[in-house]
Design a protein around this ligand. Sequence first.
Ligand code: SF4
Ligand code: SF4
Length: 186
Amino acid sequence: MTEKVITIDGIRVYVDMLARIEHSCDPKLCGRQGNCCSCYQIPLTKAELSRAIGLSSHAANYQPDLLDEDVELFEEMDDDSLILGSTDTGRCVFAFPRGRGMYCSLHAACLELDLPPYRTKPAPCTLWPLCLSESKPLELAVMGDAKQFPCNRLLKKPRKTLHAGIAEILDELYGPDFTEKVNKHL
Ligand code: SF4
Ligand code: SF4
């Protein structure tokens, strides 16, 4: 099937693909394994890293392991790019278990400090289950493995408007005008 792609504000957007997913995060659904904070290497910009480091002492109220001097908040890759640090099991160093779910200590610290969590966390965290390619021009699509997570539902046909959970992600990262432009193409 050929995917419908529209360029919006310089980003190639796979509009029908975005309209075929419904997403509602409820950490109690995914349990401690196989959740989105344990499955990926999260690329970071320098600004995102600075924000994460700046919030780490507050985040440690929720994830005390962050105070361990052996914990690396980030890793530098061979090509000099940066990714969020992770534990031996692949879990992000900022993730912490509570009850049956996994939560984000950066997100919790933002709420504590009255900061907007979705604009403070690394963009890939806010975007998930969507993803932005590193290509030029940028391409906005849905993660290939999205359907294996219980918070995502993939539909056979595109919706007439984006699901609220997807619209919220776009609103936070690109603004409501961007979301409206996507909806106009559906
Ligand atoms: S977005 Fe999905 S996988 Fe990630 S914490 Fe929420 S329910 Fe779990
Ligand atoms: S920073 Fe937060 S949302 Fe992002 S991977 Fe780590 S725990 Fe998950």
